[in-house]
Design a protein around this ligand. Structure first.
Ligand code: FE2
Length: 153
């Protein structure tokens, strides 16, 4: 993904940070190793459609990213040794990383929490926005504790 990012430091820094937050939350939540692996791959690749969306649509709108990301990440991961089922799950997560309703799995939940923490630090979200997100969207004890700690809440 670093090579794929073609020197875009912002993109590289972002996914490395999301990966770290996701990995940390997942380890603290003690999720199984298979789910941990899929989540980490999804965290690294979740914004794979950003370069294409900037070129095709002139922005990185969440819905376009989700739609374009599915086929991109499937092609990106083919031949890596991951099974079709694992790649499909990563593609599902990439395709839902801006969807905040009906979140029914821990890997999806953690990816959203990690991406939010990274975005909030990068874009300087207000304390009110962060408190709101913690209250309405965050579910994992570790994600909530991490966010409260990062943002001194
Ligand atoms: Fe992201």
């Amino acid at each position: 993904m670093i090579a794929f990012s073609d020197g875009n430091i912002h993109d590289i820094d972002h996914f490395v940070r999301v990966w770290n937050y996701a990995k940390t939350i997942a380890e603290l939540e003690q999720i199984d190793s298979e789910t941990q692996c899929i989540l980490e791959v999804a965290a690294i690749t979740h914004d794979i459609a950003c370069p294409l969306c900037r070129e095709k649509y002139g922005n990185t709108n969440g819905k376009h990213q989700e739609e374009e990301g599915i086929s991109l990440v499937k092609a990106f991961l083919s031949g890596t040794g991951m099974t079709e089922a694992q790649i499909d799950r990563v593609a599902f997560l990439v395709g839902h990383h801006h969807t905040f309703r009906d979140i029914d799995c821990l890997d999806w939940q953690i990816l959203l929490e990690a991406d939010y923490i990274a975005n909030a630090t990068e874009n300087g979200y207000s304390k009110e926005n962060i408190r709101n997100f913690i209250q309405r969207i965050m579910k994992t004890e570790s994600g909530i504790r991490l966010a409260q700690s990062v943002f001194c809440l």
